[in-house]
Design a protein. Structure first.
Length: 253
């Protein structure tokens, strides 16, 4: 092809047809420019397609992680609702000055049981600002950033505060008032299956009048709400809203 164009140029020059040569040269330049532009357009199209594939993969990773978060959050909401219910049962029982029953030992144990709910931050923590710029939807990008900011700066902090409260009580309140913390019947598997994990009061009648313990129990109800149940509620709302936005962006609705 190059030899073909070269022969045309040489023939036009030898025939002294300079004006035609000039027109031809300009046309050749235009063809070259068009070829370059087409090549650039194809390259840009390939880059856009590659970036779009990377964006979809990233959004799908976020979606999978947040969907798992939502499932865990719902489970923890149920668990800590139960913890709150058990604290209410204990307070009603003590306030009514009712006698001790074996079921109370299970309530004492379960009301202080501690899980550490968390929102998985692994996908987000491995990204750089450049990676985030792959996301073309600025509103969605802000929503994702806000979700993980909440997970790290609010959710984790509040859950840790509640864990510290229970850990402090396990050192300074429970040892003198119960036989063990989260006691297990390891030597009796059958009893374990029937709810053998217990915290038995050393002196239940004295416990009912124990101002320090009662202060802890009443405070625990409020702390459980502000440090665990309310953050879990916010996590549920945020995860469900973000999942909806991701589904819309990925055309999964």
């Amino acid at each position: 092809m190059i030899k073909f164009f070269r022969k045309i140029r040489q023939r036009l020059l030898t025939e002294n047809k300079f004006s035609r040569y000039l027109i031809y040269a300009i046309g050749e330049i235009i063809l070259v420019v068009i070829g370059i532009l087409i090549a650039l357009q194809i390259n840009n199209w390939n880059e856009d397609r590659k970036q779009n594939a990377e964006e979809i993969k990233l959004l799908q990773n976020f979606r999978n992680s947040i969907e798992a978060d939502a499932a865990r959050v719902n489970q923890h909401i149920n668990d800590f609702e139960r913890r709150n219910e058990l604290i209410n049962i204990l307070l009603r029982h003590i306030n009514a000055d009712l006698p001790y029953s074996d079921s109370l030992s299970i309530y004492f144990m379960n009301s202080t049981a501690l899980w550490m709910p968390r929102l998985d931050q692994e996908v987000f923590s491995t990204l750089t600002s450049t990676d985030l710029n792959i996301i073309s939807n600025d509103t969605l990008k802000k929503e994702i950033t806000s979700y993980y900011s909440f997970a790290k700066r609010q959710f984790d902090i509040f859950i840790s505060r509640y864990a510290n409260i229970i850990e402090d009580a396990s050192k300074n309140i429970f040892p003198t008032r119960f036989n063990a913390l989260w006691n297990n019947s390891w030597n009796d598997p059958e009893k374990e299956l029937q709810g053998g994990r217990v915290m038995i009061p050393n002196d239940y009648e004295a416990l009912k009048k124990d101002k320090e313990y009662l202060y802890f129990l009443r405070s625990q109800k409020n702390q459980l709400y502000w440090y665990v149940r309310e953050p879990l509620k916010q996590a549920k709302i945020r995860s469900e809203n973000l999942l909806s936005s991701l589904d819309q962006e990925l055309n999964l609705d």
